[in-house]
Design a protein around this ligand. Structure first.
Ligand SMILES: Cc1ncc(COP(=O)(O)O)c(C=O)c1O
Length: 392
């Protein structure tokens, strides 16, 4: 039976979305297809803990706002009741900034890409920790920008001293805090000191602080660098609605910094890149900090359960300040991943140079992690181990 416009609205307007949450949040099927192929995604719904998504999707208030936007779906976003300007204003107000300090993107990933285009070139390298979120490095390689990869320290943390050293003459320093895939975070003082040192060693270098996982951090030494970005030229922060806000499929992210920096990135931006439904959802999500606080609490509880289950198996990882773990499973991630997939659990891809020892595992719901842990126990009892040193 075809789904008429009226029936679609009726279906979406049902007060209880819980049964539809999985459908609406579309948890990474495409990513899974790319990573695991049709076969891996077939059959019973797998536990998808590979892409650092929020397993619950957006909150009810966000879904309600999105449904409320359907009557405007035939209009361009610039003709909608709430345009990009409404979300920009909401974000700017929260940080006591001006609208000129905020840039929106269809996901923060696109802002990262445009930042590399705006601030690097063949003669202005990109500095990034490695491994870290790949987007800036991959963009740099595509456009012929040299990349200075800074290895992590012995505790798999970003090596700030080496980042500062590498920054001299660079176009852009990418600092992912917390870092993906290692889940580690640096405290406020360390970040402020690093910014000062880079600004003194290389005043023209832009510093991008990626806070995609900001909402999940519980380490008390951590604080957002947004105030640094607003008070210091050449420093900017990116954030996303894809993680704690549960909107990865809707595509919204933002950057915040000084107006000239924002303007330089904006030059690459596609106009009206965020759809009307996305804008409505993001505005509603932004207004409800309580929901995000609850999501942090939920993630922290499920993460603690999962970390304890691994500890009981003699396995540990980094101190995760995110919605994923980076565990030293003491064997190649590929074999572990294949064995888990065969039992309906999809875990993260390889992260060289740690792919022989470490695996990234996103935090799902408690029920999903209970199921996943049972699979991990079976798999880790059967696959062979490697020495930690082999993978580093
Ligand atoms: C550290 C980091 N930054 C940025 C992104 C991009 O997210 P999005 O484009 O969905 O905002 C991701 C996605 O996983 C990420 O892990």
């Amino acid at each position: 039976m075809s789904l008429t416009r009226r029936r679609l609205f009726q279906r979406l307007a049902t007060p209880d979305y819980s049964a539809q949450a999985e459908w609406i949040s579309a948890r990474g099927r495409e990513a899974g297809m790319m990573e695991y192929g049709e076969q891996g995604m077939a059959g019973a719904t797998p536990v998808r803990i590979a892409s650092n998504e929020n397993p619950l999707g957006p909150g009810q208030h966000v879904l309600d706002a999105i449904v409320g936007k359907f009557p405007e779906a035939h209009r361009y976003p610039f003709n909608a009741k709430q345009t990009e300007g409404a979300l920009i204003t909401a974000i700017a107000q929260k940080f006591q900034a001006k609208n000129e300090n905020v840039l929106l993107g269809p996901g923060s990933g696109e802002i990262l890409t445009h930042s590399v285009r705006a601030f690097t070139s063949a003669s202005k390298p990109l500095v990034t920790a490695w491994p870290s979120f790949e987007n800036p490095r991959d963009t740099a390689k595509k456009i012929g920008t040299p990349v200075r990869e800074v290895q992590l320290d012995g505790k798999l943390r970003i090596d700030i001293a080496k980042m500062i050293e590498a920054s001299k003459g660079a176009g852009l320093v990418f600092f992912c805090n917390p870092n993906n895939p290692t889940a580690t975070v640096h405290g406020k003082t360390a970040v402020a000191d690093m910014v000062k040192a880079i600004r003194s060693a290389s005043p023209d270098t832009l510093i991008l602080i990626d806070e995609a996982y900001h909402d999940y951090v519980t380490d008390p030494s951590y604080q957002s660098a947004v105030d640094i970005a607003l008070s210091t030229p050449n420093v900017f922060v990116t954030r996303t609605f894809s993680k704690a806000y549960g909107m990865a499929g809707l595509r919204a992210g933002y950057a915040i910094g000084h107006a000239p920096t924002i303007k330089a990135i904006q030059a690459f931006k596609m106009p009206y890149g965020l759809g009307t439904l996305t804008l409505g959802g993001a505005i509603a999500g932004w207004a409800n900090q309580g929901h995000i606080d609850n999501e942090r609490k939920r993630n922290t509880e499920v993460k603690a359960f999962t970390v304890k289950a691994f500890a009981d198996m003699g396995i540990s990882g980094t101190d995760s300040q995110t919605n994923f773990l980076f565990m030293d499973i003491k064997r190649p991630a590929a074999g572990f991943r294949d064995a888990c997939r065969a039992q309906g659990v999809l875990v993260g891809r390889d992260f060289p140079p740690y792919e022989k020892t470490h695996c990234r595992i996103s935090i799902g719901t408690m029920a999903e992690m209970q199921k996943a842990v049972e699979v991990f126990k079976k798999v880790l009892g059967t696959t062979t181990t490697t020495s930690s040193k082999d993978g580093q």
